[in-house]
Design a binder for this molecule. Structure first.
Ligand code: HEC
Ligand code: HEC
Length: 208
């Protein structure tokens, strides 16, 4: 009797784990070869318009990739690559890229102080909240809350994304996180976007 009970518990645990479609980074490595042309095999893209995805949280990567596949996030260059991927393929590829390490860039000396001040303190006069309050002091984000890692990202991509949020562009899913940045970015001015994007590119964790 005891054995059966234990086996039943083990089986339940197994099924609930697989229901979450946890990715297998080893399987993901070979599946990621179709992404490498743009994002790099280790997720450190070399082109400033193509985001680095190395070290990004697995859950965030999987959700964004599923949204692109389902045409809820507008990345036409990626459509032919992702249209036939299953949720499991996406989970595996996301686990692979999440296991890689982002290579930080360098912030522009002329912008870094303004960028640092905005990142840590926001702009109380215009009502921009501090970025740190959600993305953390080193830009590592909070995986459980769906707040992505930012540090090391190409400034060109970050600035583009912030301008699009400011224009009101959201992703098309129902997740409340898709709307958060529109409110954050609404009062940012161009100079602040350039400065904070540059600061983020040079930001890294103490241990990197
Ligand atoms: C032809 C180039 C290209 C290929 C190939 C490509 N991507 Fe992308 N990807 C992009 C571009 C460009 C963006 C940024 C879109 C934007 O500015 O919003 C992007 C964005 C992303 C994002 C969102 C990143 C973020 O920080 O929000 C993820 C995740 C992603 N790609 C995953 C993948 C995966 C997984 C593959 C392979 C299955 C792949 N991409 C293949 C060009 C590409
Ligand atoms: C209330 C929490 C919150 C605050 C404050 C906040 N963010 Fe975000 N940010 C988010 C969430 C949630 C997302 C993910 C949106 C999604 O899931 O599509 C995000 C996404 C982003 C992205 C896109 C990342 C990527 O890889 O594409 C950038 C860039 C960004 N935030 C920059 C900032 C900056 C700069 C500030 C400060 C001016 C800031 N955020 C303040 C919650 C926040």
């Amino acid at each position: 009797m005891l054995r059966i009970a234990i086996a039943a518990i083990a089986l339940t645990t197994f099924f609930s784990a697989s229901a979450m479609a946890a990715g297998d980074p080893e399987a993901g490595q070979s599946k990621a070869s179709v992404c490498a042309a743009c994002h790099g095999m280790d997720g450190n893209s070399q082109v400033a318009q193509w985001p680095k995805i190395a070290g990004q949280h697995e859950g965030y990567l999987a959700r964004q990739t599923r949204m692109v596949r389902d045409q809820q996030r507008d990345v036409p260059q990626m459509y032919p690559i992702v249209m036939n991927l299953s949720d499991q393929d996406i989970a595996d590829i996301s686990a692979w890229y999440a296991s890689q390490t982002v290579k930080p860039g360098v912030a522009d000396e002329a912008l870094v102080e303004q960028g640092r001040a905005l990142y840590h303190g926001g702009n109380p006069e215009s009502g921009v909240p501090s970025c740190m309050s959600c993305h953390g002091p080193t830009g590592s984000g909070i995986p459980g809350a769906g707040y992505p890692m930012l540090h090391g990202q190409h400034a060109t991509y970050t600035a583009d994304r912030l301008r699009r949020y400011r224009d009101g562009q959201t992703n098309g899913d129902d997740d409340p996180n898709s709307k958060v940045m529109v409110g954050v970015a609404e009062n940012l001015i161009d100079a602040e976007i350039e400065a904070v994007a540059s600061y983020i590119e040079g930001l890294h964790r103490a241990e990197d």
